[in-house]
Design a protein around this ligand. Structure first.
Ligand SMILES: *[C@@H]1O[C@H](CO)[C@@H](O)[C@H](O)[C@H]1NC(C)=O
Ligand SMILES: *[C@@H]1O[C@H](CO)[C@@H](O)[C@H](O)[C@H]1NC(C)=O
Ligand SMILES: *[C@@H]1O[C@H](CO)[C@@H](O)[C@H](O)[C@H]1NC(C)=O
Length: 400
């Protein structure tokens, strides 16, 4: 009977399909396993584990990402990067400037600020407000084009010890800077001044505080930026912490925030592969920054209530540098930054920024400055389960 043999054929086809699906699924699972054994060795770090930085929020209480609902492309990309890094994200919606009522602006010249910058300001304020409402002790705020290295946990673990030591260094050098300067120091070269103004990371006592891996004696940890100035040299009372021979730092010829920008000063005054932790002074781009609860409160008061006069990243830069109206040495916030930065903008193939400024729009290359083993640059390899890692800024000569 034709209908019976037809039914048998259907059965056979269905059986074959099921077998095929099983085979594919099995291959896929083992694929997955492989990728994770490969990436895990970098994403996990024994130091980070000991320091309490190993968890899904990198030792902060939460990680918020600012993402405009109409930029689903960016949400897809950062979600994928986070999934391969074992990072858990919370979302803060980006805001369209037109949706903000005139009455809702704090005093200041908001009309002179571009739409993109006004929307960005409001989204950052909402992030700070969420941190306050949820009473978080610390939180990291990321913009949705942030990128990082596979070795983020070991980088942050090193940074965390610096973040706990720096507040005291800054206080000591601040007290000292009021004393008259020593003329013999004026003859020192820039590199010698830098050396004398720094202490070595390896000399910091490594006390562990799992509940507060980064401490809380600061307001802002400015972890992702596109340019920072070193603080004034302080050769008698060092004000910087140096992490020497950090293999995640590119060679000096790569250290610049934009392809056509000038080289960063740190590359010329410190040996290659050095990372510096210091007080933020004229730092630009709010790609990634952490705040404490008190930091969030101060920032929301400052920019959400007291005054809104310029793009948020410039305003935060002024605030951290003590240039805001009414700032005094006593009320100075403490913002700690790191050079080269740990987070950086990823410029994808199709470069379009919703905010103008910082040379956005001029970048035609696909890259993430400062990040050697960029997760975003490796997404394709990761999803395909390929071995190895694409290095963006390889050393020119082999390591000795
Ligand atoms: C990660 O660790 C920090 C610091 O101990 C803690 O505050 C936070 O709640 C932890 N996050 C998760 C998701 O466990
Ligand atoms: C907020 O958190 C702090 C420390 O984590 C705690 O001491 C305080 O009681 C909390 N406040 C509220 C209102 O829950
Ligand atoms: C920031 O840099 C300027 C110029 O070098 C300096 O005058 C000022 O004291 C610095 N501020 C801080 C907080 O280091």
């Amino acid at each position: 009977m034709p209908s019976q043999s037809y039914g048998r054929i259907c059965l056979v086809v269905a059986f074959c399909l099921v077998v095929l699906l099983y085979v594919l699924k099995f291959q896929h699972d083992s694929y997955h396993e492989e990728v994770f054994t490969f990436t895990k060795q970098y994403f996990r770090s024994s130091n980070a584990l000991a320091d309490g930085i190993d968890n899904g929020t990198l030792g902060f209480q939460k990680i918020f990402v600012i993402n405009a609902p109409w930029r689903t492309d960016r949400k897809d990309s950062i979600s994928l990067a986070a999934s391969y890094s074992g990072v858990t994200l919370d979302w803060i919606d980006g805001i369209e400037a037109e949706s903000i009522r005139e009455k809702a602006y704090p005093p200041g010249y908001h009309r002179e600020i571009s739409d993109g910058n006004r929307g960005s300001w409001r989204a950052h304020m909402n992030a700070l407000r969420a941190i306050i409402q949820q009473n978080l002790t610390t939180a990291l705020i990321l913009e949705d084009d942030a990128d990082w290295d596979f070795r983020i946990r070991s980088q942050l673990s090193d940074f965390s010890h610096g973040a706990r030591r720096l507040p005291d260094l800054v206080t000591q050098s601040g007290l000292h800077s009021r004393k008259p300067s020593n003329p013999s120091l004026e003859k020192l070269s820039q590199a010698e001044l830098a050396k004398h103004s720094s202490i070595s990371y390896s000399s910091i006592p490594r006390s562990i505080s799992k509940e507060d891996p980064y401490g809380r004696d600061w307001n802002v940890l400015w972890l992702g930026h596109c340019g920072a100035h070193l603080p004034p040299p302080s050769p008698n009372k060092p004000n910087r912490i140096v992490i020497a021979n950090d293999e995640t730092v590119p060679e000096p010829q790569y250290l610049k925030s934009m392809p056509r920008a000038d080289l960063d000063q740190i590359g010329s005054v410190y040996p290659p592969h050095t990372r510096i932790i210091h007080q933020a002074n004229q730092t630009v781009c709010t790609i990634a920054y952490a705040v404490t609860q008190s930091g969030a409160r101060r920032l929301l008061y400052e920019f959400g209530i007291r005054e809104f006069n310029k793009g948020y990243d410039f305003a935060l830069s002024d605030y951290c540098s003590g240039l805001t109206k009414g700032a005094t040495k006593e009320t100075m916030p403490l913002c700690i930054t790191v050079q080269p930065p740990i987070f950086s903008h990823h410029f994808p193939l199709k470069m379009t920024s919703d905010i103008t400024g910082h040379g956005a729009g001029y970048v035609a290359v696909v890259e993430t400055r400062y990040v050697r083993w960029s997760v975003r640059m490796n997404l394709e390899r990761l999803v395909k389960g390929e071995e190895g890692v694409v290095e963006q800024w390889p050393d020119t000569k082999p390591e000795p």
